[in-house]
Design a protein around this ligand. Sequence first.
Ligand code: AMP
Length: 401
Amino acid sequence: MSKILVINSGSSSLKYQLIDMKDESVLAKGICERIGIANSNFVYKAHGQTIEQLVDMPNHNVAVKLVLDKLTDAEVGVIASMEEIDGVGHRVVASGEAFKVPTLVTPEAMVLMEEIKDLAPLHNPAAIVGVNACLAQMPNTPMVLVFDTGFHFTMPDYAYMYAVDYAHYEKYKIRRYGAHGTSHKFVAQEAAKYLGKDIADLKIITCHLGNGSSISAVEGGKCIDTSMGFTPLAGVAMGTRSGDIDYAAAEYIGRKEGMDISQTLTYLNKKCGMLGLSGVSSDFRDLAKAADEGNYRANLALDVFAYGTKKYIGAYSAALNGVDVIVFTAGVGENDADVRRRTLKNLDYLGVKLDLEKNANCPRGTIAEIQADDSRVKILVIPTNEEVVIARETMAVAKLS
Ligand code: AMP
């Protein structure tokens, strides 16, 4: 059975996981941080131990070499040689319409990747660098591009189209793409498995709530709508992102504050959301503490976030013509009982009733069911695992077994 290396490249970082597909267990994982910057940091976790080293990593090639050296190290390694890695799955943030399914890395695919670089200017170029760094070390190992947007390509046209001049859709492919697709897909499948139901029979709303947040409507295992848009700026308010906003309001702030469009977008991405509203932090733990201490704006930020999420649950219940399961996942969704409580407050007309006790005492790191006994809708907390989806897609596309 295959072993798959999953790579998530950022502009100055590279996260990795080696997964044994026999049982989808993680053999080793870690992160290379501050690549190309002074004081690069290398973290390697295997055999229940963590090794952290300050190593010079001037570029991604050196980082990948370091990862492979550790994985095959006689003492701390988990494989005897690089040949044991049967495939490499690369996470890619944005696909545009260029890639609608996970795709094998070929020279032609990499030409297309270059063409869609500016759809995610911070992330997509990093993915290209990561692929090339892996190819340099493992030229004969099959590699697969797995896109965050991939799960959302089943949306119908009326859900993904913006009401702009149709010519601009045709010319620039301006439309809703969504994000966090691998996470939404994973938790929807896990929900069906956990409930012992065929996913084809379920209407699921998946809430991926973290520093970035998105909500998806999943019918019969297929995404029919999602809250993020052309970029991950859209949808609910997030850690530092505004989420949906009247564009005239954004333009007005920009004009009054002397910001051009690009500066205004940076403002909407980095200075708004929970951070902007609360003036305290983008971190939900800090917001909870401040709200507990009576900070009005921190409490307001949490209410705005929860109310925004609740409205998507309402909208997607309509889009799905009902809902069987609501899933919470990611940093906030899995850990923040108070946000779940605020979000699901007064939804009993939909058949959604939270058990406050179960919610508050929800165990960490495992699937938990937190609805009240008389709730028609199941409410599940499911730890996400984007890497395992990337590894599964890699197996399928590279035809490994
Ligand atoms: P993610 O982007 O999925 O890594 O999620 C990051 C967010 O999860 C941060 O805003 C954290 O504050 C939040 N988070 C992580 N652990 C907890 C926790 N125990 N309680 C509340 N929020 C948490």
